[in-house]
Design a protein around this ligand. Structure first.
Ligand SMILES: Cc1ncc(COP(=O)(O)O)c(C=O)c1O
Length: 224
């Protein structure tokens, strides 16, 4: 087994230096290992970095997507069964979150050049039941947000961006996370910034951030 590991090319090996180890020790020593000052600080740093008004740290990128979709239902943007446009090229968590929220994924083609959601194909799949467009900034490369936001505006859709790979990416100079209605980040162990496991919901919409996360509907995807 050990020999086999040595044969592999470590393309996604996380790197931790002494700063991270000191920070982890500080958290453990403080005993504030759940929600508390360190999580507030993490949320504030994401807010400042992304240039967004509200950030809620959660357990994973999957939880962030699930919460964002549940928030849309809670606010009457979508009702169970409504359709969410999503690219075929993504990780299973994206459609899984849509299904877990009781919504229907509608798979759209991807662009050959970027492997991201093809806005023209997405537009063709819009029906009266389509309420959300969920682009994925695959490999950190931002989607064609000019066209996606234009489609969202024309058809009165909300945009939820799966930015699991895209913390730190920019689109026309603007940070990913500041573009659409809600953006979801992942900080799992192979992402460009990691909290070992973790995620965040970012939004400028106060009523999204104000939803009471202790409501039973959110119980399975608790914020940290
Ligand atoms: C595109 C995409 N969306 C969502 C997720 C889910 O993130 P997490 O593993 O933090 O739940 C991932 C994880 O790899 C991902 O690649």
């Amino acid at each position: 087994m050990a020999e086999r590991i040595h044969d592999q090319i470590p393309t996604q090996r996380p790197h931790f230096g002494s700063e991270e180890i000191c920070a982890i020790r500080e958290v453990l020593d403080s005993r504030w290992t759940g929600r508390g000052g360190y999580v507030d600080q993490f949320e504030t740093e994401i807010k400042n970095r992304v240039g967004v008004e509200h950030v809620i740290a959660v357990q994973s990128g999957t939880a962030a997507l699930h919460l964002a979709l549940e928030a849309c239902i809670e606010l009457g943007v979508a009702k169970p069964g409504d359709e969410v446009l999503v690219p075929t090229q993504t990780f299973a968590a994206t459609p899984q979150a849509i299904i877990n929220a009781g919504l229907t994924p509608v798979f759209c083609d991807i662009e050959r050049s970027t492997l991201n959601l093809d806005p023209d194909d997405a537009k063709k799949r819009i029906t009266p039941d389509t309420k959300i467009i969920l682009p994925v900034h695959y490999r950190g490369e931002p989607c064609n947000m000019d066209e996606i936001l234009a489609i969202a505006q024309e058809y009165n859709l909300w945009t939820i961006e799966d930015a699991a790979h895209a913390f730190g990416s920019t689109y026309h100079g603007k940070p990913v996370g500041s573009l659409g209605h809600i953006t979801c980040f992942s900080f799992d162990h192979i992402k460009n910034v990691t909290a070992i496991e973790g995620g965040a919901v970012a939004t400028n919409i106060k009523k999204v951030a104000d939803i009471k996360l202790e409501d039973p509907v959110f119980a399975t995807t608790c914020p940290i």
